[in-house]
Ligand binder design. Sequence first.
Ligand code: NAD
Length: 482
Amino acid sequence: MSATPVDEIAQIHATLRTTFRKGVTRPLAWRRHQLLQLALMMQENVDAFADSLEADLGKPRMEAIATEVGVIYERATICAQNLEEWTKPQAVEVPEWQQSWSPTVHKGAKGTILIISPWNYPLILTLQPLYGAISAGCCAVIKASEVAPNYATLLARLLPQYLDQSAYRVVLGAVPEITKLLELQWDHIFYTGNGRVARIIAAAAAKHLTPLTLELGGKSPVIVDGTFDISLAAKRILWGKINNAGQICVAPDYVVVLRDQQDELIAGLKSAYESFYPNGALNSTSYGRIVSDTHFERLKGQLKRTRGEVAFGGQTNEKRWFEPTIVKDVAGDDPLLEEEIFGPILPVVPVDSVEDAIEFITSRDHPLVLYVFTEDPKTKASIIDRTMSGNLVFNDTVQQLAVNTLPFGGVGESGYGRQILKYSFESFTYDRSCVDIPRAAEPTLEIRYPPYTDKNLAILSAPLRAKIPESSIVVNGNGVAH
Ligand code: NAD
């Protein structure tokens, strides 16, 4: 992969800002055309994209199509169909005396967007924000990850063949190129990746007061309380973990299970593994590999340090295949519970009660996803009420990403901002409020002008004298509620 020359970056930025200022990206017909071109780029290059993901990640073709190429094709098309609806000015409800002002919210395009993406789902994580930017009427630069160079190089070659180069560009490279990009002023930065780099991005954005979306990861836990069929739970958990060999931000990171059900869960995981990979996962065409030597060594190191017991798996080979590996009897202070695993190791943590499971999870960072296998309505209610996470999924894993109308994003350490379809569009627009106050409204406005009088003050302050509604909570003299 040859990097974009650093001294060209400022020129690319300037070109895009000029395009935006000239209003090129604003007409809906133009946006629609770019979105359909994006869909066409997916349709005409399925093989090339799948091959690039295979080369970078050993990604099975089925995963490449089901979770990346096909999704962008579908969603770019849905955006094109919904543009008119999403961009319609919205009238708001107002009291009668304000109705002649036509209070309205317009969806304003923010401007020129910087998209910085990671390597694990390199296609969807670059092009999902891109369809959002196009839908919003923005220009965008994509900085693809240098860790998936085959995809990044292909994207840089294909994008100009389909989309308007004066509005959408790819920058290739790593830290020097990002550093240059971050010196420049953007109207929104959409960063997907780890929390350490997110802090560098956020600090650079602060210098220009640039708004941010941070799509981060972390440790997404699973709770299994035994009221949902354990062998099906095990199958669904393992499936969530083997996607892209566990290198997915929404992978189940660890499982918390009631102590007396740990063995049954492990047996279910083993049986699911044997049904997915009758000849073992290593080198299977239905299983991806670890992206780089650095990540491969990191995962091997994690497994070496654990004080838990490897229940099954743990094999690796010289081509960076890492077998799904289940580790049982993992304690809360085990090294496997420190950092996001981001690979196919699944620690299982036994606890004595659902209460302990909730305590275990709420005492840690807010995860991107919380998975809970339960059919107990009380447990569900308690989880909704007492825990925090970007997404909450009962009784399955990863499948939440297939719901086109739900927002996706994190909270706390797992990031902020939302995406997918309308939410992607919303990320790159701002609500521009507008009133148009006619001459005829003047009699209702006379009261605001000097000279200020006691009579007008009495009228304006009347609401402050209205009785406040009763509260059902009684507060004692020390401010303590009963
Ligand atoms: P990565 O190494 O590809 O880095 C992401 C981007 O940051 C790249 O474009 C890279 O060039 C840039 N970068 C790297 N170091 C930098 C530095 N020092 N300064 C400025 N920019 C730098 O990918 P990664 O961070 O390893 O990605 C994996 C992480 O992303 C995991 O934590 C995962 O959970 C998270 N993730 C989150 C989502 C989501 O949607 N929430 C999706 C995928 C991945």
